[in-house]
Each structure stands twice: as structure tokens, then as C-alpha cells.
Design a protein around this ligand. Structure first.
Ligand code: FPP
Length: 240
């Protein structure tokens, strides 16, 4: 490694915007679906290594609320990959200690995919390895609106004290309730946008944009980003 990483001070929660599958496919004169497949393979390999290295939480942006705008073939290719990906973890659940959960509005997914996701979350609920949190049909604004709706319904039934509402009480209604906020958000392919990812939770996250297309992302890139993160001075709005 050409950079120094303090393994005793790893970020607890890393989130990744896996961007560049389409450009990767174009570069190798392949269909976009092949880029997404290579992206899923890159993710599987990364999860295995992060788990072995003792990372705690990884959230990945697999499908956004805006991705439905892509052509129907691409949406169906991505959903097909999701089925395969989840199924592989179901098959391996006994010999793999990764815990899996999702964020996002799953109600728009095919019922069979929803069932698979619920089954995998249940199978791995007591696993003690890396927590892999997959954002599917996820949008930060959509999550906040859904949280506000749930809060309003609870308020109508007298279950919440609106005068005592604070950030922690609101955050409990978000899809990420019980997860720590991300410390580090990585975006691949050099873009510098959040694209509606973890809008609430990103308040104090350190952002690292990397010039690598997602299918080419390796654990070494992750450690490069962690090294950058460890050099930053996090002040959370206070003074250093
Ligand atoms: C962005 O690249 C990537 C996506 C919209 C999908 C991310 C999906 C995967 C990595 C694979 C599937 C994941 C799972 C969990 C099975 P892009 O298509 O926008 O790339 P481009 O900007 O180069 O066109």
C-alpha cells in the first residue's frame, strides 16, 4: 500500500455510490447489462474482503427512485441481477456471516423479489459480520417524505409528542433507523454529486470522489478512500 491506514480507526459506516457501470461497458464495447453484471461482481468481491477485514457497515446505492426512468430493458436487467445477487447470499447464508438489510421503498418491487429480500434479511439477522445495507428503490427525499407520513399517522393516533420532536425522534422514522450515520461516502467515476443518496444521514459525512469506474473498484481503492478520510479533521460544526 502506498498510503497509510490506521486499522484501529476504520470508519464505522461507509456508503458507496457505485457509478460508471455504463461507461465501463461502453469502454469494452459491451451492452450496459454487462457493465451492471460486472458491477455486481465487484460488489460481491468487495463485501467479502471488507467482511474479512472487520468493517462494520456498508451501504450501497443499487437502484434509485429515479432509475425507473431508464429504458425498460435496463430496469429489467437490474432487477434480474438483484434477484440473482440476493439468491446467491441466500444459498451461501450458512457459510457466510454477512448480515443483509435494505433501505428504500420495496413496495414497488416484484413481490417475489420483496419475498427474497425479506427471507435473506431474516436468515442473516443474527449474523455478526459486515452489515450490508442495499439501497433499492431508494431516494433521500422519498425516504424523508415517507418518514414524515409515518410520523403524521402516529401523531394522529396520539402516539408521539410533537412538542418534544427532535432530530433523534425524527430519524427513528427513517429507513436507516438503528444504523449510525455514514462517516464516509465514496462516489466512483469521478462525479461529485449525492444524487438523492442519504440526504439526511450525509449531514457530516466526509465525501470522497474517485476516478475509477465501479466495475474496476477494488479493496485497494477503498483503503485509498479510508486513508483520505483519516487525514480529514472532522469538526461536526464545532471548532477544532
Ligand atoms: C450507476 O452506473 C449504477 C447503477 C444505476 C446501478 C448499480 C448497480 C450495480 C452495481 C449492480 C447491481 C447491484 C446489486 C446489489 C445486484 P450507471 O449505469 O449510471 O453508469 P454510467 O453513468 O457510466 O452510465
Amino acid at each position: 500500500m502506498k498510503y497509510k491506514v490506521d486499522m484501529s480507526n476504520l470508519p464505522k459506516h461507509i456508503a458507496i455510490i457505485m457509478d460508471g457501470n455504463g461507461r465501463w461497458a461502453k469502454k469494452y464495447l459491451m451492452r450496459r447489462a454487462a457493465g451492471h453484471r460486472a458491477g455486481a461482481t465487484a460488489l460481491r468481491r468487495l463485501v467479502e474482503q471488507m467482511n474479512a477485514d472487520g468493517f462494520a457497515v456498508l451501504t450501497v446505492y443499487a437502484f434509485s427512485t429515479e432509475n425507473w426512468k431508464r429504458d425498460t430493458q435496463e430496469v429489467s436487467d437490474l432487477m434480474g441481477l438483484m434477484h440473482e445477487y440476493i439468491q446467491q447470499y441466500i444459498n451461501d447464508a450458512k457459510k457466510n456471516n454477512v448480515r443483509m438489510r435494505t433501505i428504500g421503498d420495496l413496495s414497488r418491487l416484484e413481490p417475489s423479489l420483496q419475498d427474497k429480500i425479506a427471507h435473506l434479511a431474516d436468515l442473516t439477522r443474527n449474523h455478526d459480520g459486515l452489515l450490508l445495507n442495499i439501497a433499492i428503490n431508494y431516494g433521500g427525499r422519498d425516504e424523508i417524505v415517507r418518514a414524515a407520513g409515518k410520523l403524521a399517522r402516529d401523531a394522529r393516533q396520539g402516539k408521539v409528542d410533537l412538542d418534544g420532536l427532535d432530530e433523534d425522534a425524527f430519524a427513528a422514522y427513517l429507513d436507516t433507523s438503528s444504523l449510525p450515520d455514514p462517516d464516509l461516502i465514496i462516489r466512483t467515476s469521478g462525479e461529485m454529486r449525492l444524487s438523492n443518496f442519504l440526504l439526511w444521514q450525509a449531514a457530516y459525512a466526509e465525501l470522497v470522489s474517485m476516478d475509477v469506474l465501479w466495475p474496476d473498484f477494488k479493496i485497494d481503492h477503498l483503503y485509498q478512500a479510508v486513508a483520505q478520510y483519516q487525514q480529514r479533521k472532522r469538526r461536526f460544526g464545532g471548532r477544532s
